[in-house]
Design a protein around this ligand. Structure first.
Ligand code: 4AD
Length: 431
């Protein structure tokens, strides 16, 4: 018997196959037992009758949830069964029988309980498609940059400086020297982009966020790109191309996972079909205020403000040219309006919040020194970063896309904690 994966069953209709996986659920109807088996690629129903194989029939009665097993039989197309196929079982063999009842039943559990059992919860019927969609998002990002000849260059995670302000740093002791977990690889990408022209990386970054929201993790993955000779306008065009490419690739490659989550993929397609909307920070504040959400010029957009914007546009929207005073030290100022930064945040539709932050970078040494001082940051640890403005400084721009927020939007899931296998939040370091 040929061992196959559940996602390949369509190529084996009428043949005998062997499936290796775990018992997800079972039920009986008269003299027939139905075993629902998962193998990481999907779910399939095995039909066991006492006449086909009496030993298998007895086993189907006794196997508990999450027993690992091998199941052999003939594949049939069955539109009513999960996944569209069924296996008429002729062979059932346990690999391991659980030593205790599986803690996660098929009934509802509270989020605290599920998070305490995250190592087991990831096996469930909703979590596996989300994690496969995450994989598809990461692949799509890589292939987008690879097709455009960007070079993948990694940034260090152990660093001596802040990127995104000093309030969300995770400090650590680096052999007697203060160090931090990186908040963003950007500064290092600015160095590698001067070596290689167009660079990107996808890596873990850390923010000691004290916010307990459905959009914040303390450890998350960012896809960051940096390009030499790219200005603010070109930066927005690159981001828009990336986001459209990622959505279209994931929708094309993983329709079954989106269906399993009851995510409307035609809505996703429509959201990225048109050019993305674009407003200035000041226009956005006025729209938010008009929607009845309290906000002043000079405030950052909170979740209710972002939701108001995403409702207003119904597609991704760039909010550009924020007051420089509320943005990090490295952003280039708008030459015509030095109080504004040449930056943009991209807000996802349907209330999934900000998925990208990006900007054109300061490319003159004097400007950077002045902006470091304004931000109250010491020069010494940024000496290497200042060097980039001493030899061959060029206009350059880049951005960072939050991987989990993007997965959250594409998978249509309410909370970011389901968009990463092992989420880290303010109150969660276990498992
Ligand atoms: O806007 P941010 O802070 O931008 C930067 O860090 C830049 N240095 C990136 C760059 O230009 N290379 O973060 C970028 C994105 C946000 O838009 C959001 O999607 C995500 O990272 N993000 C978070 N995701 C989950 N949890 C958090 N606490 C996040 N903070 C930011």
């Amino acid at each position: 018997m040929r061992s196959v994966y559940i996602e390949e069953l369509g190529q084996h209709v009428g043949s005998e196959v062997l499936i290796q996986g775990w018992l997800y659920n079972k039920r009986s109807s008269g003299k027939v037992r139905f075993v629902l088996v998962r193998d990481g690629t999907g779910l399939v129903q095995g039909v066991v009758t006492p006449t086909a194989d009496p030993a298998a029939f007895a086993l189907a009665d006794s196997l508990p949830q999450e027993a690992s097993l091998r199941m052999g039989g003939t594949v049939r197309a069955e539109p009513r069964a999960p996944g569209g196929f069924e296996v008429t079982v002729t062979h059932l063999e346990p690999v391991h029988i659980p030593t205790a009842p599986f803690p996660i039943g098929l009934k509802e559990h509270g989020p605290g309980f599920l998070m305490d059992h995250r190592h087991l919860w990831i096996r469930s019927r909703r979590q596996t498609p989300i994690l496969r969609l995450r994989d598809a998002v990461l692949w799509a990002i890589r292939s987008f940059f690879h097709e455009r000849r960007f070079v993948a260059t990694e940034a260090p995670v152990l660093v001596g400086t802040a990127v995104e302000g000093t309030t969300t740093l995770f400090p650590l002791d680096y052999f007697g020297t203060p160090a931090y977990l990186s908040q963003s690889g950007q500064l290092y990408l600015e160095a590698t982009c001067a070596a290689l022209g167009k660079v990107y990386w996808i890596g873990p970054v850390f923010r000691a966020e004290k916010s307990k929201t459905r959009r914040h993790l303390t450890e998350f993955w960012m896809a960051e790109a940096e390009q030499a000779f790219l200005d603010h306008e070109g930066n927005l065009a690159l981001q828009e191309d990336l986001v459209r490419y990622v959505v279209e690739s994931v929708v094309a490659e993983r329709p079954r996972d989106l269906d399993e989550l009851e995510r409307d993929s035609s809505l996703l397609r429509r959201e990225v079909a048109e050019p993305f909307a674009r407003v200035t920070y000041h226009e956005a504040v006025a729209l938010v205020q008009a929607a009845g959400v309290a906000m002043e010029v000079g405030d950052d957009f909170g979740a209710p403000a972002e939701d108001a914007l995403s409702q207003h546009f119904g597609r991704p929207v760039f909010v550009e040219r924020f007051p420089a005073a509320i943005k990090p030290f490295y952003m280039k100022r708008d030459p015509g309006r030095p109080d504004l930064a040449l930056c943009a945040d991209l807000i996802a539709p349907e209330g999934y919040g900000e998925i990208i932050g990006g900007s054109q970078r300061v490319d003159r040494e004097e400007e950077l020194l002045a902006q470091l001082r304004e931000a109250g940051l010491p020069e010494e640890p940024y000496r290497w970063y200042l060097d980039l403005r001493r030899w061959g400084a060029v206009p350059h721009s880049g951005f960072g896309l939050g991987v989990e927020r993007t997965v959250q939007w594409i998978a249509g899931i309410p909370h970011i904690r389901e968009a990463i296998p092992f989420p880290r939040t303010l109150d969660r370091l276990y498992p």
